[in-house]
Design a binder for this molecule. Structure first.
Ligand code: HEM
Length: 234
């Protein structure tokens, strides 16, 4: 075998659609707004990180932009939530999967895990924790956002006391740290589990990926005839 043959990516014969174009656009808006939000938030969080404001054209700009990015994230995540919630409800197999999570972390250990549907328990954890944390960030963020409070007071007469603002600032910072930790876990898994990133870039995954990681989902896709077979008839 020549070096060239070895280095070629093996041809994948069956591809299985996983996300529509609009779901992927929705997801990448969430990913971009989250990243900008985290960077601008960290810039305002501690003086040692203030240099990050340069990315946004200075401190004032970062301070102005941060809450609006938060609104964009909350709205776009709501879109993802509506799309994916039905596939993220907990089931009995999630407990079995979690009790055997060590096999999910060992290469080749998938055979000892129960067959899972579109999402495994780890992915469901990311989904629900981000849904909860983004809601907490939104509510606590509005309580410490002068302009947001001004709108709220004008619209519904809602007022926030200084004490509530202090609590909101603490809750906001705590939820932000937690959401960044969950984000790191999510991105690490997306790259660590080979072939996963294809789901959000190409919209489809290989049949082998489906068989290894989401066998019950793959079986359903095959039953429904929703797989792309190669045109050469292989
Ligand atoms: C650079 C950043 C990101 C990368 C590379 C990334 C990558 C991915 C990939 C590859 C998937 C498909 C997984 C699969 O179908 O098995 C996915 C799904 C998903 N991502 Fe991301 N993502 C990023 C940022 C985010 C952020 C910031 C959020 C939310 C705050 C998010 C929320 C989701 C959700 C909810 C799903 C569907 C999985 C589920 O519902 O359990 N992603 N992401």
């Amino acid at each position: 075998m020549t070096d060239q043959t070895v280095n070629q990516t093996p041809e994948v014969h069956v591809r299985v659609p996983r996300y529509s174009g609009s779901a992927r656009i929705n997801h990448w808006i969430v990913a971009i707004s989250f990243s900008l939000l985290a960077l601008s938030g960290l810039a305002l969080f501690h003086p040692s990180l203030f240099s990050l404001t340069a990315l946004f054209g200075g401190g004032q700009m970062a301070r102005w932009l941060h809450p609006w990015l938060g609104i964009l994230l909350a709205m776009s995540f709501f879109g993802l939530f509506i799309r994916f919630v039905s596939q993220n409800f907990p089931e009995r197999t999630d407990i079995v999967w979690l009790s055997r999570i060590r096999y999910a972390l060992t290469p080749g250990g998938e055979e000892y895990l129960p067959e899972v549907g579109k999402y495994n328990a780890g992915q469901k954890f990311v989904f629900w924790s981000q849904a909860f944390l983004i809601l907490v960030l939104l509510l606590s963020g509005i309580c410490i956002w002068e302009r947001g409070l001004h709108y709220l007071e004008a619209a519904v007469g809602f007022r926030v006391s200084i004490e509530t603002m202090r609590w909101a600032a603490l809750i906001h910072a705590t939820a932000a740290v937690m959401t960044i930790v969950v984000f790191v876990i999510h991105v690490y898994s997306a790259f660590w589990v080979r072939g996963t990133i294809d789901a959000m870039t190409r919209g489809s995954v290989s049949g082998g990926w489906g068989w290894r990681h989401h066998r019950r989902w793959l079986r359903r896709k095959v039953r429904e005839g929703d797989v792309e077979r190669p045109s050469n008839g292989d």
